[in-house]
Design a binder for this molecule. Sequence first.
Ligand code: HGY
Ligand code: MN
Ligand code: MN
Ligand code: MN
Length: 403
Amino acid sequence: MSDSFDRMWAELAPIGRNRTTGGYRRYSWEEADAEMRSWFVNSATARGMETATDRNGNIWAWWGTPGPGAVVTGSHLDSVPDGGAYDGPLGIVSAFAAVDELQRCGLSSGTPLAVVAFVEEEGARFGVPCLGTRLLTGAITPDRAAGLTDADGITWARAMENAGLDSTRIGAEPELLTNIAAFVELHIEQGRGLLDAPVGVASAVWPHGRWRMDFSGRADHAGTTRITDRSDPMVPFARCVLAARDAAESTGAVATVGKARVWPNGTNAIPSRVRAWLDARAPDEATLRELTDAVDSAAQRSSTEEGVFHASYLESYTPVVEFASGLRDRVARLVGGAETPVPVLPTGAGHDAGVLAASVPTAMLFVRNPTGVSHAPAESADPADCHAGVAALTEVLADLLTD
Ligand code: HGY
Ligand code: MN
Ligand code: MN
Ligand code: MN
């Protein structure tokens, strides 16, 4: 099992990797993504699995004829900008390694099993995370998805067409969802909550959202415009970032402004416009609302003082997800055994499993992240923990397949 995992891991390592930073750029429908998708198809074909791309661009590898009672596992192949190697691909490589193990043990493909790669989980190129699972479950309208644009104004629909896929049929696939008896996603842990065991089980996903914040002021000369004559959008933007940090510290939430654009972006010109994105998450919805209200009133107050127009738009929101206790406890029993209970923990990271949980019985397995660093080139996992993850996933799939 570990050599098939190691071999596949080595195959993926160079795809989309930045040689200077060691991080990855694997954006939906770009060249590295095409290489990842053909790796997925080749890995499936090598295991006698039939592949199919659904109307939204998610790729499914089937062992057995797709149909009712299907057991599905998988994750995503795309990354954040300069992302780590494990976030996403670990779940898919582990899934194929688990199939190897199941086939080696002579398990028949009576109950259909699928390995799936969902598109645009990070939302790094088109802005809405878990786009593939939101489309699949109807959590986003096809029109809104088709019109999402990347930094160059290319729409999701155009990017799909450029990659050779028909974008006119994107939308929910209820018939596919009703066939799924259980979905299990294995994923690297992305915080510091799993340090004492190689594998953990997810209890919940924090509520989280992304808000676009626009600040429009008046461009002017940096050297000749008195401070009292300015409407500088950078000032309320800056106050908003600090308000987000203060609100997070006082409420136990987390808030990040990791992406901002400035027009005209000149050193000696007061900006005309600033556009930035707030990523906010909290253990519960009330705390999240408390934080976003605090950020919004700080932005409004400071914009008014500065004579700047401010507006903010909710771009994506995922309510709190509690994974179905029946499946969660079953997975925990299988993975933990009687003596050593397996850690069961919530996560502040969003996942496709968090979106699918609204439609099908869903569970998540976490693999230890020794440093807790993620969404960065330094993301790491020990090979022994990865192999323990494959063994755990194999155990869970074997049990679910014999239902
Ligand atoms: O952003 C997230 O939480 C996830 O890694 N997509
Ligand atoms: Mn991620
Ligand atoms: Mn992920
Ligand atoms: Mn995910």
